[in-house]
Design a protein around this ligand. Structure first.
Ligand code: ADP
Ligand code: MG
Length: 699
């Protein structure tokens, strides 16, 4: 039996493998490139490629691929084999430095949001040496960025790397201002908790809605769902445990620190949390995790559903993005310290996040805007679509005391002078257990809870990094202008007080699911953007285009293209869902209703012609109800088809998205209601699909 430490990262070409397998000089040169984020010189690339190939072949790999993250949100691969023919008819295994550093996949089938029209159809991929190569399914995967030949990013990694650089630059300035000169770099750390559903493959195969759209488009709430709270953290069933064991092992081989696993609120719902790491790796790891989750499920006769809302009226799935800043000397900048000096710095970073979130509610909402997530946000079981921040009452009281110059009860001294007094003790693990806040401070990190379960965490982190970098830049500019220590202290005090005063409206510690909060948020002037088209309409606002340009994250053309891609995706998803509903209703549900009505009528007839008088109230009532519902279902199908036709001729993508949201979704809901009422009336063996109870309790 191999131990965990034997298998851990055994399929990763990581630092220790590099050190072991590369000539000293090459290793040093590669490390230097990695820390500076530059491209690798050709001669060095050749040596690295060769070492990588030998290592991969020893591990059983036959192919290599540039592994990249196009705008579709999933990862893309194009496999090439290592084999290369030689004169005598044999083959040798080859992998050149050029092949390692750059690839040229055909970009034309990936979304570009109009960028390609003006540039070449081809794109290229370039190795990102800050994320390690790894082997999966006999293929050496090389993490790469993906760009058009004009240089525009066509992927989710390029802007993420740029945003990491932006926040590193600004945060390092701040840390230096506090006299910490040995810090060379500030990293963003991320831990992404992943929720998912696990169901049996046999029931899955019987539902075309799950196959085509990842969620059920029909179905009634089962008599028992999550009301007894017996699933949450409950004991894990053997089949699920077996799945989790294999999953962990596969992830560990890839160097992914899968750590905790437990049952979630809904039946068949579970969660996996990794140990946090730097954002780039955390993002790659989460993408790999989602893929491995699906494949391991397949191998066990299970299906892993990553959709945000596979079942209506049952809790949906999210992905909590835990986010913090850490210096290369190991100091967590969002952790309150024990000295006045550390706390002044902590308060400044805290204020930067408060201001960034308040000023950029729109961007945070945009970063999680997908049609699947629209079912979750604001559904009284997931964070509302309104952005607010939870700080906990203690920390909020401290901020209020600072703002007003009044005393804080917990403070030892009568009032708090920043940079002179230490922070009064407050419970640091005071985490928000009711889970209703979209953005919660949990002691030493922020937890952004709005991302949906299937989302790449790249988008939310690009936004978080950029908006916080922007505020840090403003703070650093101000503080760098100060003349001496006294002046610095005065400016620091002013920044913190002013920020609290101006942006405290974003802080909310109560229950975010209530109508009272919605009303209150409106009074405070907070943004409420319930749907994806609502959110995306703000993407190209002047403020946002300027923000991205200031930090070299996106050009205006790139923002426009990304908005276009997201709107296109919204339209495609809703259209596919509606078309799937039409097909299922027309071909399965209506025929089932009619067949059973006929059966009832036959029974009524049989009873009629019987010598003895038999009551048939049940059959008559049911037949009448079903006949009426069948007519209504038929009408609903036709109306939804008409709406789909209307949508298909709308050219402007934003108008199309709005039409789908307002009109098509409304008729989808009507159709569903009719079908679900039919499901309630006909026997299980006459209904064409396994019901919610069967799906949710299938494992
Ligand atoms: P909960 O379920 O209460 O949110 P978990 O322990 O399940 O808590 O998850 C917490 C997540 O936060 C883990 O993925 C963990 O690695 C991550 N995390 C902890 N500290 C940090 C940090 N400093 N930066 C980023 N992520 C962190
Ligand atoms: Mg969490």
């Amino acid at each position: 039996m191999s131990t965990i430490s034997d298998i851990f990262a055994s399929m990763v070409f990581n630092d220790s493998v590099m050190r072991e397998r590369l000539p000293k000089e090459t290793y040093k040169a590669l490390r230097k490139t990695m820390s500076e984020g530059k491209t690798l010189p050709g001669d060095i690339a050749g040596i690295v490629a060769n070492a990588m190939k030998d290592w991969a072949i020893e591990k059983g790999a036959t192919h290599f691929t540039h592994w990249f993250q196009p705008m579709t949100g999933i990862t893309a691969e194009k496999h090439d084999s290592f084999i290369s023919p030689v004169d005598d008819g044999h083959v040798i295994m080859e992998f050149s430095g050029k092949e390692l550093v750059k690839g040229e996949p055909d970009a034309s089938s990936f979304p570009s949001g109009g960028l390609r029209a003006t540039f070449e159809a081809r794109g290229y991929t370039a190795w990102d040496p800050t994320s390690y190569a790894f082997i999966r399914e006999k293929t050496l995967c090389i993490p790469t960025v993906f760009c058009s030949f004009g240089g525009e990013a066509l992927d989710k990694k390029t802007p993420l790397l740029k945003s990491i650089e932006a926040i590193n630059k600004q945060a390092t300035r701040i840390v230096r201002l506090f006299g910490v000169t040995n810090v060379k770099q500030v990293n963003v750390t991320v831990g992404a908790e992943q929720e998912y559903f696990l169901i049996d493959n046999e029931v899955y195969k019987q539902r075309r809605d799950l196959i085509f759209t990842g969620r059920t488009l029909f179905g009634n709430r089962p008599p028992k769902a999550q009301e007894l709270d017996d699933h949450y953290f409950g004991s894990i069933k053997p089949r699920v445990k077996d799945y989790m064991d294999t999953l962990n092992e596969e992830l560990w081989k890839l160097g992914i620190l899968a750590k905790t696993e437990h049952n979630e609120a809904a039946p068949a719902q579970h969660e996996l949390a990794p140990i946090f790491t730097d954002t780039n790796k955390a993002t790659d790891h989460n993408q790999i995790t989602m893929d491995v989750m699906k494949k391991v499920a397949q191998s066990k006769g299970l299906v892993c559903l990553l959709h945000e809302k596979p079942f209506s009226s049952v809790a949906g799935s999210g992905k909590h993005n835990n986010w913090s800043l850490c210096t290369d000397t190991g100091v967590n900048l969002l952790e309150p310290g024990s000295s006045p000096f550390e706390n002044a710095q902590f308060l400044l970073f805290l204020c930067a996040v408060i201001k960034a979130v308040d000023l950029n509610q729109d961007l945070l909402r945009i970063s999680v805007a997908t049609p699947g997530n629209d079912h979750r946000l604001g559904a009284a079981e997931a964070p509302p679509a309104i952005i607010s921040m939870f700080l906990g009452t203690e920390l909020t009281d401290i901020l209020t005391a600072i703002e007003t110059g009044k005393t804080y009860d917990g403070a030892k001294s009568s009032y708090m002078e920043i940079g002179v007094h230490t922070l009064p003790n407050f419970p640091k693990d005071n985490t928000d257990r009711n889970r209703t806040s979209p953005f919660a401070f949990t002691g030493n990190k922020f937890e952004f809870r709005m991302p949906g379960s299937s989302l790449s965490i790249s988008g939310p982190n690009i936004i978080l990094n950029t908006i916080v970098a922007d505020v840090l830049m403003e703070f650093a500019d101000k503080l760098e202008r100060t003349k001496d220590a006294e002046d610095f202290k005065a400016e620091l005090n002013d920044i913190i007080k002013t920020t609290i005063k101006k942006h405290k409206r974003i802080i909310f510690n109560g229950n975010g699911y209530t109508q009272e909060w919605r009303d209150e948020a409106k009074k405070r002037g907070l943004l409420d953007l319930p749907s994806t088209p609502d959110a995306l309409s703000h993407y190209t606002d002047k403020k946002n285009i300027e923000l991205f340009a200031r930090h070299n994250i996106f050009t205006a053309a790139e923002v426009h293209s990304r908005k276009e891609i997201l709107l296109e995706n919204y339209c495609k998803v809703i259209t596919i869902e509606a078309a799937t509903m039409v097909e299922m209703a027309q071909k399965d549900i209506l025929p089932a209703a009619l067949r059973y009505t006929k059966e009832l009528c036959n029974m009524i007839n049989a009873k009629d012609s019987c010598k003895i008088e038999l009551p048939c109230r049940a059959e008559q009532t049911l037949a009448t109800q079903l006949a009426t519902l069948s007519d209504e279902l038929h009408d609903a199908i036709i109306r939804l088809e008409c709406k789909l036709k209307e949508a298909s001729v709308i050219i402007a993508i934003d108008k199309k998205a709005e039409f789908l949201r307002d009109q098509v979704k409304e008729h989808m809901a009507i159709l569903r209601e009719k079908a679900d009422n039919i499901e309630l009336l006909i026997p299980c063996n006459c209904y064409p699909y396994p019901d919610y109870g069967t799906l949710l309790f299938s494992v």
